[in-house]
Design a protein around this ligand. Structure first.
Ligand code: ATP
Length: 309
């Protein structure tokens, strides 16, 4: 009996681990809205990243082929630059990020990363190269530590804490009942939208991918925390020359981007820097003025300068 109990205990823990990983996989699949219909070519090579340039060439895509969201869309996200995609609600901004993650395939045209069609490389290598902070980050039913660690399973405890500090969430975690060991997720402690967003950013900092996508990633934060976090993200992007794409409604969070792409009706209607677009007096400039008026009415602190800092 004694001899048997050890392997049985062992099997029990393997079973628990396996069950947890399956739960994690399920959450991850939901997280990435992975469409299992997206097929990998036999013997596809891994993505070879060099500078990190992204190109959409005449892309047409709709969740239903008879209702295109993106129409013959062409755009370039230059390597190492910080780029924003803005436009009215429902114009397809998040869809662009989902296509880049290859959750869906385009119906026409192609998407290239450093000259390689996404459909010609392995999904695994593509997804390893990308880090996303989505609009709403589902959490694993596990500890805070595990939820950050997921970004890079080889990271040490010190690196996890460091990532949390950089994402401005370390102090908050220390006030949780069990600190980093506090259980979160559906069966754990409820945490706020802003805390979730900062956990997602710490996961991303730990992963340190070459391509970073932010989908309304700081929308639940107060202005002060948002500015602090964005300035930290900016310094990482600059220092490491990462290519990044920001999807945002509030233009205040993206006006300093190297390039701003304005979408409407599934196509690019304008692109340029903040100054160029404001001078153009088009869609962007209209959105900017409307938001400035809103901020002025809300009595928030001074608006960002019209010229770059
Ligand atoms: P917002 O600024 O409101 O987040 P968005 O520009 O990011 O909007 P998308 O989320 O890309 O817009 O959605 C574009 C269109 O596609 C919308 O009309 C949306 O309803 C539709 N859509 C999004 N996801 C799906 C889906 N999984 N299945 C069917 N239609 C979808």
């Amino acid at each position: 009996v004694f001899q048997l109990s050890v392997p049985l205990n062992f099997l029990g823990s393997v079973y628990r681990e396996l069950r947890q990983s399956l739960l994690d996989m399920e959450t991850l699949f939901n997280l990435q809205k992975v469409n299992v219909g997206v097929k990998e070519k036999p013997n596809a090579p891994p993505l070879k990243l060099s500078a990190g340039e992204i190109k959409f060439e005449n892309v047409t895509f709709g969740y239903r082929p008879d209702r295109p969201i993106l129409r013959n869309l062409s755009l370039t996200i230059p390597a190492g630059k910080k780029v924003a995609i803005v436009g009215p609600s429902g114009c397809g901004k998040s869809t662009i990020l989902r296509l880049l993650f290859r959750s869906y395939d385009v119906q026409e045209g192609r998407i290239l990363i450093d000259g390689q069609d996404l459909r010609d490389v392995t999904k695994d290598s593509l997804r390893k190269a990308i880090g996303v902070v989505p609009q709403d980050t589902p959490l694993f039913n596990n500890t805070i530590e595990h939820n950050i660690h997921y970004g890079n399973l080889e990271a040490t405890r010190e690196q996890i804490v460091e990532a949390a500090k950089r994402a401005h969430i370390h102090e908050t975690i220390q006030h949780f009942p069990d600190g980093y060991q506090t259980m979160v997720g559906e069966r754990g402690m409820m945490i706020s939208g802003g805390e979730k967003q900062r956990l997602a950013v710490s996961r991303l900092i730990l992963k340190d991918p070459p391509l970073l996508f932010f989908d309304e990633a700081t929308s639940a934060l107060d202005t002060h925390t948002e500015q602090a976090l964005l300035s930290h993200i900016n310094s990482i992007l600059k220092e490491k020359k990462r290519t990044s794409v920001f999807v945002a409604h509030r233009l205040r969070t993206i006006y300093d981007c190297d390039l701003i792409i304005v979408l409407k009706g599934g196509q690019v209607v304008e692109s340029g820097t903040h100054e160029q677009l404001v001078d153009k007096a088009g869609v962007y400039s209209e959105l900017w003025s409307a938001q400035e008026t809103l901020f002025a009415d809300s009595g928030e602190e001074a608006k960002p300068p019209r010229q770059k800092l």
